[in-house]
Design a protein around this ligand. Sequence first.
Ligand SMILES: *[C@@H]1O[C@H](CO)[C@@H](O)[C@H](O)[C@H]1NC(C)=O
Ligand SMILES: *[C@@H]1O[C@H](CO)[C@@H](O)[C@H](O)[C@H]1NC(C)=O
Ligand SMILES: *[C@@H]1O[C@H](CO)[C@@H](O)[C@H](O)[C@H]1NC(C)=O
Length: 412
Amino acid sequence: MKYTSTRGGESDVDFAGVLFAGFASDGGLFMPQDIPRLDKDTLLKWSIFSYPDLVKEVCSIFIPSELIPRQDLNGTSGDTGSSAIESVRGVRNIDIVVLLPHDRCTQIQERQMTTVIEDNVHVFSAEGTSDDLDEVIKKLFADTEFVRRHNLMSLNSVNWARIMVQIAHFFYAYYQCVPAVETDDPLPVVEVVVPTGGAGNITAGCIAQRMCLPIQLVAGVNNNDIIHRTIQHGDFSLSDTVLSTLASAMDIQEPYNMERVFWLVTDSDSSLVKKLMEEFQKNKTCKLPDKLHAKIAEVLISYSVSDEDIIQTMKRCWVDNRYLLCPHSAVAVFYHYMMSDRHQNRPRCCLAPASAAKFQNAVLRADLTPQIPPEIKALETMETRFTLLKREDNWELILRDKIEDIFLQRNV
Ligand SMILES: *[C@@H]1O[C@H](CO)[C@@H](O)[C@H](O)[C@H]1NC(C)=O
Ligand SMILES: *[C@@H]1O[C@H](CO)[C@@H](O)[C@H](O)[C@H]1NC(C)=O
Ligand SMILES: *[C@@H]1O[C@H](CO)[C@@H](O)[C@H](O)[C@H]1NC(C)=O
């Protein structure tokens, strides 16, 4: 399997080249050159696989077995910062530099990252939004010589590997929602509702759909609604500010993975994607051509919810099921309630990306009682370590120095 940039400037790149890269050198994102279409027999065969086995199947399509043997493909995903830290803490030969938006994740999420005191874990808390952080990351990764010299790799959804693993969620969710299918029956369509911020998960869903998994994707956003406006009106334009909402991990105005979605639905028209994205980057606004807009609207249903909707959904789910939703999961479940109130009851699955335990403020605002597991409670009193990046600091320079410094330490 070879990879290409969504803007056409690089192609025939192998998996290792994509893994140890952020953006492609033309500013685009990497995508597999061919996305295989699975036949019905394969879809039926996969239906009895466990989650880890589905991850292996999906990954082995996109990763050559010479690079990572199939039996070693035991992947994971979750709340990005803390799961990335957990997977490399104390590991020799890997350092991790974590950037988090100061005061824009919850105390608990922040503490899950800042309480890891390990020599190879370097946490920066920056006075800005996730979009501001993406901006510096983009600049650092644009310096391909720097990236190569230090073997840098990004672990957010800029990296194809992250998207790839998330594809498996959709297969797993699908099989959980359909009852045993008879070989002769057509496979039923399942609606998958995805709380959407940077659009990584929705991109993974679009790829699963391209692989012939019969799903209808639904993108739910909070008041930061650029994706909703894009799908409804073809209006891919930034708002003036990033709003702080209860679903804080989705407080994003520049959903960079939409570039991958544009590329997919235009059947890899990289010159169009390049033109659109360059226009968007320059003017902060771009009107999708009618044809592209129509295709996006065919693939994705969208809606936007307020904090009040989130709170009401958390309450209702608690009353009905004694299940505490995190605010992001509530964005998805809101859609389910809306549709079931209209008696639109097709098979439907809501992705629930985080635990409510990390979002106590939202739980309290819904007049519910936080459930805090002891390991989360323990974070409150643990020692923390991080470097504050002040708004006026030159973040790029500080990060470059940090990376150079790590490099020197490693090479003494
Ligand atoms: C991955 O899982 C398989 C089967 O569950 C196991 O045999 C193998 O040792 C695991 N590999 C790694 C690298 O953990
Ligand atoms: C994607 O969705 C899965 C399943 O809900 C979740 O575990 C994961 O954290 C999500 N990824 C991101 C980047 O939000
Ligand atoms: C940016 O906007 C200007 C004025 O609205 C327009 O003329 C120009 O074509 C846009 N730039 C790009 C790169 O499309």
